[in-house]
Design a protein around this ligand. Structure first.
Ligand code: C2O
Ligand code: CU
Length: 455
């Protein structure tokens, strides 16, 4: 092993070590990248010395980091050992609709004791993630969220590749879960957590190789929070949004990550050892430290270039021919009108709150799109609350906003600010019924959810 390889191995190990007890079962005698994920209740330690009764995949929270290679088939067997139904949604993957993991819409819920085989191709490289799409307030809040990293066909050549999963757990002093949602908060900004972690640890120090080219994969897997991130290093390159490369990379040290959003950032680590690079969350004038990168001796190699990422094979929308559809994200106030299900609905898309779905009752789609047509969605936020809006099945281009300058970029989730209107465009090239919702889970669960039908 030469120095460079050794460095990469140690850096990767360091990354893995930051995810304690990362238990992955790779099925034996089966092709590469096959995994078994066991959904189960499990005690985990998030607060030092305290026991948290989490819901997990494979006993760890957040869930294990899965890795696959671009263009390959990935098979994951889900075994449900919970006492409630579950599914897995592969967030950001342009997947075959039957594998999208949405109960009733794309598959029956996986009942306790049942298994389900997810089997799909991963067409794009990048930082993606996975989570259930049922009883989401509880299942996601309690730990069933993990990264799915799809590696480029050819390695871009970073010296370290470091996933940083951001999540703030709603725990009491003893590590038990507090009430996860209240109607009052669901009707506003959502119910925030109390215990901040990066890769399950509070304020960890994460080793990076001195002098090396470092790729950071920052992922907001929280149900509620938006992170206004600040990386304290003079030259950080923004490499990708939601796994989709920016070409060329853009210099940027601060990022606004809504729930469900990811960025890849690149930097050249200082060549001296023991240099610290804090990553902070900015809150008004204050900064809260999330974690600290710290250089460790690893190599004599001093890099000067941050590698570029190759573009993903996304069809580009034809803006001139595109049909424009308008979606208004409304707040119906704290009046708590009851939906048919008897649950409060505070939010609505085009005046339609999600009425709830079951095997025999699938509501009408918010829109029907013709396969392969280019479309522009105009997203209008009539409220003072932000919404990270996510669309399954496709990757869209964020075109413009009425509030800020946007240099177009591709993504699967976009933060719709207060009273903001954003235009996104995409080619409807993936047939099926695709969820379209706010990723602030309490908003989604109280109405801000629907689906589109591409056929
Ligand atoms: Cu992470 Cu329906 O989404
Ligand atoms: Cu929202």
């Amino acid at each position: 092993m030469n120095r460079r390889e050794f460095l990469r191995t140690t850096a990767i190990l360091a990354g893995a070590a930051a995810l304690p007890g990362c238990v992955l079962f790779r099925a034996k005698d089966e092709p590469a990248f096959d995994y078994v994920l066991i959904a189960e209740a499990s005690n985990v330690e998030l607060k030092p010395g305290k026991t948290t009764p989490a819901l997990t995949f494979n006993g760890v929270a957040p869930a294990p980091v899965l890795r696959a290679k671009q263009g390959q088939r990935l098979r994951i067997k889900l075994i449900n050992k919970l006492d409630q139904a579950t599914t897995i949604h592969w967030h950001g993957i342009r997947i075959d609709n039957a594998m999208d993991g949405v109960p009733y819409l794309t598959q029956p819920p996986v009942q306790p004791g049942e298994t389900f085989l997810y089997d799909f191709i991963v067409p794009d490289a990048g930082t993606f993630w996975y989570h259930p799409h049922i009883n989401s307030v509880e299942q996601l809040s309690k730990g069933m969220v993990g990264l799915l990293i799809v590696d480029e066909k050819e390695s871009p050549g970073f010296d370290a590749d470091i996933p940083l999963v951001l999540k703030k757990w709603r725990l009491d002093d003893d590590g038990r879960f507090l009430q996860l949602s209240t109607p009052r908060k669901a009707a506003r900004m959502g119910t925030p957590g109390t215990w901040q972690t990066v890769n399950s640890e509070h304020d960890p120090v994460i080793p990076i190789p001195a002098g090396g080219a470092v790729r950071l994969r920052l992922a907001n897997l929280d149900n509620t929070l938006a992170y206004d991130l600040w990386i304290d290093h003079p030259d950080v390159q923004h490499l990708a949004y939601d796994g989709m490369p920016l070409n060329p990379a853009r210099p940027q040290v601060s990022y606004l990550l809504g729930a469900g959003m990811r960025i890849d950032a690149g930097l050249i680590a200082p060549s001296e050892t023991n240099v610290e690079i804090p990553i902070n969350r900015r809150r008004g004038m204050r900064q809260e430290r999330l974690c600290t990168l710290k250089t460790v001796a690893a190599t004599t190699l001093v890099r000067t270039n941050i590698p570029n990422l190759p573009a993903n094979p996304i069809a580009l929308p034809d803006i001139n021919q595109a049909e424009t559809l308008n979606f208004t994200f409304d707040w119906s106030g704290a009046v708590a009108p009851m939906g048919q299900s008897g649950k409060p609905s505070f939010w609505a898309i085009n005046k339609k709150p999600w009425p709830g779905i079951s095997a025999g009752n699938i509501p009408e789609p918010l829109a029907r799109l013709k396969v392969d047509n280019s479309c522009i969605f105009e997203l209008v936020n009539t409220s003072q609350y932000r919404h990270p809006i996510h669309l399954h099945g496709v990757v869209f281009t964020v075109l413009s906003s009425n509030k800020r300058d946007i240099k177009p970029y591709q993504a699967d989730t976009v933060m719709l600010g207060k009273y903001e209107t954003i235009r996104i465009a995409f080619v409807a090239d993936n047939p099926g019924r695709w969820m379209y919702h706010c990723h602030l889970i309490e908003h989604m669960k109280t109405g801000l959810m629907g689906y589109i039908d591409i056929s």
